[in-house]
Write a protein that binds this ligand. Structure first.
Ligand SMILES: NC(=O)C1=CN([C@@H]2O[C@H](COP(=O)(O)OP(=O)(O)OC[C@H]3O[C@@H](n4cnc5c(N)ncnc54)[C@H](OP(=O)(O)O)[C@@H]3O)[C@@H](O)[C@H]2O)C=CC1
Ligand SMILES: O=C1O[C@H](COP(=O)(O)O)[C@@H](O)[C@H](O)[C@H]1O
Length: 489
C-alpha cells in the first residue's frame, strides 16, 4: 500500500522502481499495489497515471498492461477513520485474489505530519492483523528534532516493532554508498591505513545545482542541516568511520554505525560557529541563466534565516579517528551536482622526489557517489625521462564500465530490500536519535542568532568564503570536486 500514491515521490521514484523490479523478474505475478490518496480517481485513471510515470522515467515503448493491472486505487483521507475499514476490505480481497499470504508493506510517501496518524489507524482498524509479515516504510523527514522524532517513534512503535520499521534514507540505496564498506573491508591495502596514523583528513561534499524549487514551505522549516546533514551526510560519515562489523548482518552493521555517532564530539555554544558554517544562496547565474535568490523563491520568507548551505568539521573521539577532521559540506544552487568523498592520506615523512619549494601531491582516494560512479586513487609515479622526478597519476575505476549498464536506482534497491526483509540499508531508531541530538545543538544556536550576512554566497558557486576558511585554519583546502571527476582521466 502506497499512501500518497498521487504524489511526486510515488510518480517519479516508486512506480518506475517497481516496474524495473518487475521487468527484472524480481516481483512474481503474486503482488498487488494499492494506491491511497485523497483525490477521487477510478482504478483506470490511477493505472494510467502509473503508466505515464513509467514512460516518463524511462520505458516509452514497453508493454506495461500486465504490470499496471496489479495497481488498485483507494480514495481516502488518512485523517478520516471510516475510510480504513473499506481499505481493509480491499486489502483482504486482493490478498485472496493474488494469494499474498497476508504479507503487507505499507509505504508512507506523504507529508510527515501524517505518519503517526496512519500508523495508529493501521493498527486500530485491523490492517496490521495479518497472517504474514507487515512492514512499514517511512519517508523522511523522521521528525524535526530529537523530541518530535521520539514522539513519532512512539506512535509508530505502538503499531510496528523496530524490526518491522524501514526508515528510508535514499543515500543508503546508492550503489557507491553501499560500496564504501566493500572498498574498506575487502581490500588489504586500505584497512591497515584507515586510521589517524595515515589519514590526514576526510572531505564529504554533496552539492546540488537545483535550488529549493517548489519545496519552499517544507524547506523553510528544515534548512540544509535537517534536510541533508542529519540523515544522508551523517550516514555516510558513519559508514566511513565504523569499525569492521563481525558479520555482515543488519544488527552488526547498525551497531558499528551507532558507535561512530556516539563518538562524534558534540558541539555546544561557541564551538558551533567554530566548527560549522552556514550559508544562503543569493541570485546568480547557472548555465548562463539568471536564477533568483533563496529569499525570492516561492513560499520563502523574504528575510529568511534558513540555511541552504552547511559546511562543518566533525571530530570522532575514538582510538581510530582521534585528531582526524572529517569535513562535510552540502548546499543548493552550487556550481555543480556532485557527491564525492575524498580521503586524503598524510604526507610521506621525507620528500625525495620533489624540490622542497614545490607542493607535495598527497595520495587521495576518491569515492565518486554521483553523478559519475567510481573510485579514483591518486598516487605518485616516475615522470618519463632521464630525471628521477615524481608526477601524480590517477588510477580510475568507473562503475558503468564494468557491465555497461546503469546501476539500479536507489529506490529500486531499497524497495527490493524491504520486500526481502533486509533492513541493513535503512536507519535504525538509535541512529536517528543520535543524529538528531548532534544536529539539534547546532540548530539551537543558529535559530537563536540571525545570520546577518545572508545571502552570503552567489548561486553557481561552491558556497561562502567561510567554508574555505574552515579548512584553511587547519592547513587544508577543499579538493575541487569537478577536477576529481571519475571521467576526467
Ligand atoms: N518528492 C521527492 O523527491 C521526495 C519526497 N520525500 C518525502 O516523501 C513524502 C512525500 O513527498 P511528495 O511525494 O513530494 O509529496 P506530494 O505533496 O507530491 O504528495 C503528497 C501525497 O499525499 C496525499 N495526501 C495529502 N493529504 C492527504 C490526506 N489527508 N489523505 C490522503 N492522502 C493525502 C496527496 O494526495 P492528494 O493530493 O490526492 O490528496 C499526495 O498523493 C514526504 O515525506 C517527502 O518529504 C523524500 C525524498 C524525496
Ligand atoms: O533528501 C534529499 O535529497 C535530495 C538530494 O538527493 P540526490 O539523490 O539528488 O543527491 C535533496 O535535493 C533534497 O532537498 C533532500 O530532501
Amino acid at each position: 500500500m502506497i499512501f500518497g500514491a498521487t504524489g511526486d515521490l510515488a510518480k517519479r521514484k516508486l512506480f518506475p522502481s517497481l516496474y524495473r523490479l518487475y521487468q527484472k523478474g524480481k516481483l512474481s505475478e503474486r503482488f498487488a499495489v494499492v494506491g491511497v490518496a485523497r483525490r477521487a480517481l477510478s482504478n483506470e485513471e490511477f493505472q494510467l497515471s502509473v503508466k505515464e510515470s513509467i514512460e516518463a522515467a524511462s520505458d516509452k515503448n514497453g508493454n506495461h498492461d500486465e504490470f499496471i493491472s496489479h495497481f488498485h486505487y483507494h480514495s481516502h483521507d488518512v485523517t478520516d477513520s471510516s475510510s480504513y475499514l473499506s481499505l481493509k476490505q480491499m486489502a483482504s480481497d486482493l490478498d485472496s485474489h493474488y494469494g499474498l499470504g497476508g504479507n503487507r508493506i505499507f509505504y508512507l510517501a506523504m507529508a510527515p505530519e501524517f505518519f503517526g496518524t496512519i500508523a495508529e489507524h493501521l493498527k486500530a482498524d485491523g490492517l496490521t492483523d495479518v497472517a504474514g509479515f507487515k512492514r512499514l516504510v517511512i519517508e523522511k523527514p523522521f521528525g524535526h528534532d530529537v523530541e518530535s522524532a521520539k514522539q513519532l517513534n512512539k506512535q509508530i512503535r505502538n503499531a510496528f516493532s523496530e524490526d518491522e520499521i524501514y526508515r528510508i534514507d535514499h543515500y543508503l540505496g546508492k550503489e557507491m554508498v553501499q560500496n564504501i564498506e566493500v572498498i574498506r573491508f575487502a581490500n588489504a591495502i586500505f584497512e591497515p591505513l584507515w586510521n589517524n596514523r595515515y589519514i590526514s583528513n576526510i572531505q564529504l561534499t554533496s552539492s546540488e545545482v537545483l535550488g529549493v524549487e517548489e519545496r519552499g514551505r517544507y524547506y523553510e522549516t528544515s534548512g540544509a542541516l535537517r534536510d541533508m546533514v542529519q540523515n544522508h551526510m551523517l550516514q555516510m560519515v558513519a559508514l566511513l568511520a565504523m569499525e569492521p562489523p563481525i558479520r555482515l548482518t543488519t544488527e552488526e552493521i547498525r551497531s558499528e554505525k551507532v558507535k561512530v555517532l556516539r563518538a562524534m564530539r558534540p558541539l555546544e555554544g561557541d564551538a558551533v560557529n567554530e566548527h560549522f558554517v552556514r550559508g544562503q544562496y543569493g541570485k546568480g547565474k547557472i548555465d548562463e541563466e539568471e536564477v533568483p535568490a533563496y529569499r525570492d523563491e516561492p513560499m520563502v520568507d523574504p528575510s529568511s534565516n534558513t540555511e541552504t548551505f552547511v559546511a562543518g568539521k566533525l571530530l570522532i573521539d575514538n582510538f581510530r579517528w582521534a585528531g582526524v577532521p572529517i569535513y562535510i559540506r552540502t548546499g543548493k544552487r552550487m556550481e555543480t551536482k556532485s557527491t564525492k568523498i575524498v580521503i586524503q592520506f598524510k604526507d610521506i615523512p621525507m620528500n625525495l622526489y620533489y624540490q622542497s619549494e614545490q607542493t607535495l601531491n598527497p595520495n587521495l582516494l576518491v569515492i565518486h557517489i554521483q553523478p559519475g560512479e567510481g573510485i579514483s586513487l591518486y598516487l605518485n609515479a616516475k615522470k618519463s625521462g632521464q630525471n628521477v622526478e615524481a608526477t601524480p597519476v590517477k588510477l580510475n575505476f568507473a562503475n558503468k564500465g564494468i557491465d555497461g549498464i546503469n546501476t539500479p536506482e536507489a529506490y529500486e534497491k531499497l524497495l527490493f530490500d524491504c520486500m526481502r526483509g533486509d533492513a541493513t540499508n535503512f536507519t535504525h531508531w538509535d541512529e536517528v536519535a543520535l543524529s538528531w541530538s548532534f544536529v539539534d545543538k547546532i540548530s539551537e544556536v543558529w535559530e537563536s542568532e540571525k545570520a546577518e550576512n545572508f545571502p552570503n554566497y552567489e548561486s553557481g558557486t561552491m558556497g561562502p568564503r567561510e567554508a574555505d576558511q574552515l579548512l584553511e585554519k587547519d592547513g587544508f583546502f577543499w579538493w575541487p570536486v569537478t577536477d576529481l571527476n571519475v571521467d576526467n582521466c
